[in-house]
Write a protein that binds this ligand. Structure first.
Ligand code: UD1
Ligand code: UDP
Length: 374
């Protein structure tokens, strides 16, 4: 059985790494296809190094652009590569443009699609990611869902229950496999003192960073939280907008804020697991925070990861200055509140999602259930 894996951005590389490891461990045939959506060393190559991944067999090299232009380039490039590679299944992960283009290109060639992290819904169609994951799920044959809750979303949309596989999220596999390696290899913590209450901050969601009012309000909160040591590896999209809106300088001048380039995975994992709070609009970070028992404040008004909120490990603070500062300070002043957040149970599985993904795929292939029906 030959598997084609399509990925294009930082989180896809991280979350597909355990699946690629599993495929290689079993000596299976595979083709690794990078769309080239993320191309800076620190947004792409660094993760291949940190996670010891093989170089992609193909890179479509789409680079940056509008959603339409990027998706069109990807479709054209992926179709060509898939026609040459003739895989038995295409696997995509998450909710980026690669998922949309990869799933669409494959299904039109009658190649079955397996969607890793299927079934998530924010129910907010203004988010490009919501459209991507919904279209990908329409095109998919196999759904590797992280939780029962995402399985229910798919059942409500009429997906065949036999094709919904509750596997857990591969993010946990990646965290558990790499944290020990990170503590051996990374010296990121040497930059901080024992007394630093580290806040790991990441920000890149279009609805936050493309909007000067929302971004300004979040930055006001960051500037106010002087009792914390705020570590902010800045996503390229965010850096451009902070500069454009005249906010970058203010952060540079704040003694309690450390601005950094996007960090490698091992450094970031160690920083995150030693943080007092995670402050983020990232999807993956909401999952990683609960995996490491770090309270997460999510800079959004909704989430496609409601399990983290229901478990008590994540609070949606939006882009509201007072909500952000008030909740962060409560974590400092109220140990019981903090303890309850830290004790939240991880809903994303036991770190064996990638094994289940490959095992179940092989089983369904053997049973002849991957074929496209008329
Ligand atoms: C993309 C995904 C988002 C995911 C995120 C992970 C979509 C619609 N969005 O958002 O779901 O959470 O990746 O980080 O697929 N840029 C660089 N160098 C790079 C990459 C990007 O400078 O290597 C800059 C460019 O100016 C680009 C901007 O960042 O226009 C945005 O990049 P893009 O890939 O369009 O979206 P992300 O915000 O990265
Ligand atoms: N990450 C990283 N370095 C950083 C910031 C994030 O390695 O400087 C990792 C993080 O551990 C997580 C992933 O990148 O696994 C999340 O990516 P991102 O927030 O860009 O995308 P999202 O998860 O929101 O799609």
């Amino acid at each position: 059985m030959k598997i084609a894996i399509i990925l294009g951005t930082r989180p896809e590389i991280i979350k597909m790494a355990p699946v690629i490891d599993e495929i290689r461990k079993r000596g299976m045939e595979f083709s690794l296809i990078h769309t080239g959506q993320h191309y800076d060393h620190e947004m792409s190559d660094q993760f291949f190094i940190d996670l010891e991944l093989p170089a992609p067999h193909h890179n479509i090299g789409v680079g940056s652009g509008s959603h339409g232009a990027m998706t069109a380039e990807m479709l054209r490039g992926l179709e060509e590569v898939l026609l040459r590679e003739e895989p038995d299944i295409v696997m995509v992960q998450g909710d980026t443009n690669a998922v949309l283009a990869g799933a669409l290109a494959a299904v039109k060639l009658h190649i079955p699609v397996g969607h890793v992290e299927a079934g998530l819904r924010s129910f907010d169609r203004t988010m490009p990611e919501e459209i991507n994951r919904m279209v990908a799920d329409v095109c998919s044959k196999l759904y590797y869902v992280p939780t029962e809750e995402s399985a229910i979303n798919l059942l409500m949309e009429g997906v065949d229950p036999e094709m919904i596989l509750v596997t857990g999220n591969t993010v946990v596999d990646a965290c558990l496999r790499n944290i020990e390696i990170a503590s051996r290899k990374s010296d990121i913590l040497s930059e901080f003192s024992e007394d630093d209450r580290i806040v790991a901050l990441t920000l890149h969601r279009a609805e936050n960073v493309d909007n000067p009012e929302r971004l300004g309000s979040i930055i006001d909160a960051i500037l106010e939280l002087e009792e914390f040591r705020i570590v902010f590896p800045v996503h390229p999209r965010t850096r451009k907008n902070l500069e454009r809106f005249g906010l970058y300088r203010m952060l540079q001048d704040a003694a309690h804020v450390t601005l950094m380039k996007p960090m490698g995975y091992l450094d970031f994992l160690l920083l995150l697991s030693n943080s007092f709070i995670v402050l983020t609009d990232s999807g993956g970070l909401q999952e990683e925070a609960i995996t490491f028992n770090v309270p997460c404040l999510t800079l959004r008004y909704n989430t496609e990861r409601p399990e983290t909120v229901e478990a008590g490990g994540n609070i949606l603070v939006g882009a509201d200055r007072e909500m952000i500062t008030g909740t962060a300070r409560r974590l400092l002043e109220d140990p019981d509140f903090r303890r309850r957040m830290m004790e939240a149970e991880n809903p994303y599985g036991d770190g064996h999602a990638s094994e289940r993904i490959i095992e179940e795929t092989l089983r369904l292939h053997r049973e002849g259930k991957l074929a496209m029906e008329a």
